[in-house]
Design a protein around this ligand. Structure first.
Ligand SMILES: [Zn+2]
Ligand SMILES: [Zn+2]
Ligand SMILES: [Zn+2]
Length: 358
């Protein structure tokens, strides 16, 4: 037996007997069920799981990781009826039939790219209203916690929270020859797991719709106290709302749809962005819209009821309206009830100027 997989087995466990490696005794071998194999694999992969050796010396961590990967390889062979048959008959699986997890392992003591196989009971596939799939992968230490993966494209899923920290921890769905699916995960998380939640889509009532100069908008509040919110814009072609920051973060969409039958808002729960502080107080009802001599739109926002002083805003294509003195941005919002106001996102750093009507 001289294949790469057997070499790795010998290096890691000083044996290339896959049953020994995965912890199946000679007696158990004869009437080995899927469940028994899975259990043995689970026990062994826990034993060598990198998280359990995270505080060890780097060398020991590399050894543990190698063992962990070899255990996963052994399970991939023994858990696949075709490969198991070859292995039982010939005692080896050659490299053409098996692509192991070690293919990308860096030698030495550098960070070892990890490769996990997660069995069906370790994850959950979720359908989102946008038609995409999300994967929840349970935390192996605490099954009440999980990691959320969103579909990034071409069957590859990214851990959403890791992506927020610009770390690529990804997963893809594989299929065994018996049709059973599994998740193949690459790289470890830099993020903390989240609490498991029931639904990928929730119905909410805590939202506001606005018409702004940029089109239809939606504010969804994170919690009842209205301190944080997500800002959505209306996407005509899909007839839904898209979270603006999610789209800016990863190009993927977190959607919200108003159910035409019930009028309720259905929202995809897990964002690729963090909610932003909501500043409800800076809404100026006293403003005027006019045009400059050149014909560009401008806004005068009165600083007091007497309309003696004001702030002036000029139109900027990309930013909306900008304060001519301190460059903070603002926009006109029209509540669905019809009330219009000028919304600011920050306090002025400048002082108002006397208002002169022209
Ligand atoms: Zn993560
Ligand atoms: Zn978002
Ligand atoms: Zn200003």
């Amino acid at each position: 037996m001289s294949s790469a997989i057997s070499k790795r087995c010998l290096e890691a466990f000083q044996t290339d007997d896959l049953y020994t490696i995965i912890g199946i005794t000679a007696e158990e071998k004869d009437d080995l069920t899927d469940a028994k194999l899975k259990k043995a694999y689970h026990r062994k992969s826990m034993e060598w799981h990198p998280d359990r050796h995270a505080d060890k010396h780097p060398e020991e961590r590399v050894v543990a990781t190698r063992k962990f990967q070899v255990v996963a390889d052994a399970y991939r062979i023994l858990g696949d009826p075709k490969m198991k048959a070859i292995y039982d008959a010939e005692g080896l699986v050659d490299d053409d039939n098996f692509v192991g997890s070690n293919d990308e392992v860096v030698n030495g003591q550098e960070e070892v790219p990890l490769y996990y196989i997660i069995e069906a009971d370790g994850y959950e596939l979720r359908q989102r209203i946008s038609g995409t799939t999300a994967i929840l992968v349970f935390d192996f230490k605490d099954p009440s916690k999980c990691y959320h993966f969103h579909h990034h494209g071409k069957g590859v899923y990214y851990c959403t929270k890791c992506q927020r920290e610009k770390h690529n921890c990804n997963a893809s769905v594989g299929e065994k020859s018996n049709g059973e699916q599994y998740i193949k995960m690459k790289n470890d998380h830099v993020c903390e797991p989240i609490d498991y939640y029931d639904d990928e889509t929730v119905t909410i009532t805590n939202f506001e719709e606005y018409k702004s100069e940029n089109g239809q908008e939606l504010f969804i509040f994170d919690g009842d106290d209205r301190t944080n919110f997500y800002q959505y814009y209306y996407l005509k072609t899909k007839n839904c709302y898209i979270c603006s920051r999610c789209q800016n973060n990863g190009g993927k969409m977190t959607q919200a749809i108003i159910n035409p039958k019930t009028g309720e808002l259905e929202v995809e729960t897990f964002h690729q962005c963090e909610p932003q502080p909501y500043i409800p107080k800076i809404r100026e009802p006293n403003f005027l819209m006019s045009k400059t001599k050149r014909g560009n739109p401008q806004i005068v926002v009165f600083a007091d009821k007497s309309k003696k002083n004001c702030y002036k805003f000029r139109w900027h294509k990309r930013s909306g309206f900008l304060c001519v003195k301190c460059s903070i941005t603002g926009r006109i919002l029209k509540q669905s009830k019809g009330k219009k106001f000028f919304q600011l996102y920050k306090q002025h750093k400048c002082d108002p100027v006397p208002y002169k009507s022209s």
